[in-house]
Design a protein around this ligand. Structure first.
Ligand SMILES: C[S@@+](CC[C@H](N)C(=O)[O-])C[C@H]1O[C@@H](n2cnc3c(N)ncnc32)[C@H](O)[C@@H]1O
Length: 267
């Protein structure tokens, strides 16, 4: 029996536990995103253009934040939140013993990773950018101590090599020109780039889907992993650690969500 079915059946027999599990998983649950529809190759370009700005919908930030607040409250009280812990555990060994590393999150939404890092006292000077003005308004309201700006992942305003660590926060999967977004993250980073929560395929070619996220139709790309790693390498990034957050068998391939820590290398 798959692990998710086991958890579900156990939780159904323990209603109090069920509500705790719901809270912990809420910002990342499939119910906030779903209805995947594969995009036939002939439609990929037109639909990608049509959906390029979908994540800028003003309705998304408050809807996403409800789940995020629950996860942050759990994290503050010492509970594990896997999507936060993965980042904290990857970042801690590369952070300085003294002083702060600069970290820019691209696709930061409402900036909640800044708070997660503060909860764990990570020595980072966190800042975030997102191409959605509504997300950045909310981020500035909720986290006035962090710097935020509206910027597109494909055209970051920072100079070359100016940020110690660039965190691409579950973002390139929504960007039709994902090679440009990878190139920009690599250009701006001084030492490292992290690609968080990236869906990859192990045998199939890269696939494009439409999916509903918080009630809005969006584009989502599942990358052939070899292609993705090749693109990282082309832009001077070498993968130095990988964490698999989940994996399943879909349409004849092993589909996984992974977080990649990359080191900037001289080409
Ligand atoms: C799934 S959310 C990820 C939020 C958070 N970084 C995380 O890892 O949980 C994707 C975010 O990427 C942003 N985004 C999508 N396309 C973008 C682009 N071209 N440039 C900048 N941000 C973008 C969306 O507005 C959204 O806030």
């Amino acid at each position: 029996m798959p692990i998710t079915s086991l958890i579900r059946s156990f939780a159904n027999r323990h209603p109090q536990l069920k509500s705790v599990l719901r809270t912990l998983a809420s910002p990342f649950r499939r119910s906030v995103s779903g209805q995947y529809r594969p995009l036939p190759p002939g439609e990929a370009e037109a639909v990608s253009t049509e959906l390029a700005n979908a994540w800028q919908a003003p309705s998304i930030p408050e809807a996403q934040r409800k789940g995020v607040d629950a996860a942050l409250a759990a994290y503050r009280s010492g509970q594990e939140v896997r999507n936060f812990d993965v980042l904290v555990d990857l970042l801690r060994p590369i952070l300085p013993q003294a002083g702060l590393a600069t970290l820019l999150e691209v696709g930061c939404s409402s900036g909640y990773h800044g708070e997660a890092f503060a909860i764990k006292s990570l020595p980072v000077e966190y800042r975030g950018c997102d191409f959605s003005p509504a997300f950045i308004d909310l981020a500035r309201r909720l986290h006035p101590d962090f710097a935020f700006l509206v910027a597109d992942a494909c055209a970051l305003p920072e100079p070359d090599g100016s940020i110690d660590i660039v965190l691409s926060g579950c973002c390139i999967l929504h960007v039709a020109d994902y090679e440009k977004a990878i190139a920009e993250a690599a250009r701006v980073a001084r030492h490292h780039v992290v690609f968080h929560r990236t869906p990859v395929l192990h045998q199939s070619k890269t696939r494009r889907f439409t999916k509903m996220a918080y009630g809005v139709k969006t584009l989502e790309i599942h990358f052939n992993e070899e292609e993705l790693i090749h693109l990282m390498r082309r832009h001077g990034l070498a993968v130095s650690a990988v964490v698999t957050l989940d994996a399943s068998w879909q349409d004849g391939d092993a589909v996984a969500t992974k977080t990649y820590l990359c080191e900037k290398v001289t080409q």
